[in-house]
Design a protein around this ligand. Sequence first.
Ligand code: FEO
Length: 399
Amino acid sequence: MYCVKKVTEDIYWVGGSDRRLALFENVFPVPYGISYNAYLVLDEKTVLFDTVDKSVQEIFFENISHVLAGRPLDYLVVDHMEPDHAATIQQTVLRYPNLKIVCSAKALSMLKNYFDIDLDDRVIVVKERESLTSGKHTFTFFMAPMVHWPEVMVSYDATDHILFSADAFGTFGAINGNVFADEIDFENDHLSDARRYYTNIVGKYGPQVQALLKKASELEIQMICPLHGPIWRRNLNWFIEKYQQWSTYTPEEKAVIIVYASVYGHTENVANIIASRLADKGVRNIKVYDVSVTHVSEIVSESFRVSHIVLCSTTYNAGIFINMENALHDIVAHNLQNRTFAIVENGSWASTAGKQMRELLAGLKNTTVLEQTVSIKSALKDDQREDVEKLVDSILESM
Ligand code: FEO
């Protein structure tokens, strides 16, 4: 049975939520589910903005059939070709064979790669700032390459001042009845997952997100309709400011996280002592993470949030401990910048983790790796407490 949400007088949310999915993109845990948003406009012509993931296709087709109430579907605008939104395009075309697909040139290539459907008389390829009029509404298209794939565009409805923003301004988490961000406690309940979504999905592409934000700043936007998570119609600038910080790799907070990799607890012990001494000296809101327990997507997200990151790793197979190495590769892959790192290494016979962590971090722009370090052999000894104090003071000085 259909489950639609009215967004405006003639625009409907016709998506669905999946709470069974273990890993979004087969890598990111989504304990609160994920929504796949699609929007249907009932104008003189009917316009659907994107389709959905296969997992929610049944409710999606019931939704659009209910909203259309027997009318034809005239246009399908494809803002993004990733299958979490595009997997159902072929089925949509089969059900509504007279619809026209509106997309970018790059999306057309992807349509051909993904599907075996006759596209020749069906596709309208649009370029930057070209428009489609459906009657009362005129939609203008802005290319947004690499937010999150190269074919991405966003669609702006100048009539109602709505930005259909594709992946941008999305978040992990199902839609739980309330489809608007102002109907939920977004800051307390969802900001952390919105950050994890942004940083892991498009965090690498800060300059491209900046380019989109610049285009968006020229538009009067009263509502943002993303492809995941709630719709924004109030306090838009608060969320846009988060995107400004994340896409410029600016820390949200002057704060410290300590990320450790420990096999038998000795490296963990140093991490806890550093946290404790930082706290004694006035640092607040410190977070300590075990890389073997906390998912790497959370470590990446937290690294985008704070200004200072302490990495403590044991040496393993003459290198960095596996999960720490994975986390560091992920941080580097996401192009994190403008941060200060501190290094602690452990090695029962030949410590190499510190040197190798420094080498990996050398790939990050505008990043300081504090010279002061702590290197332990198996376990911290009393005569090394001074090294810990020096490292703590060095972190404090850099704050
Ligand atoms: Fe939600 Fe890049 O797809």
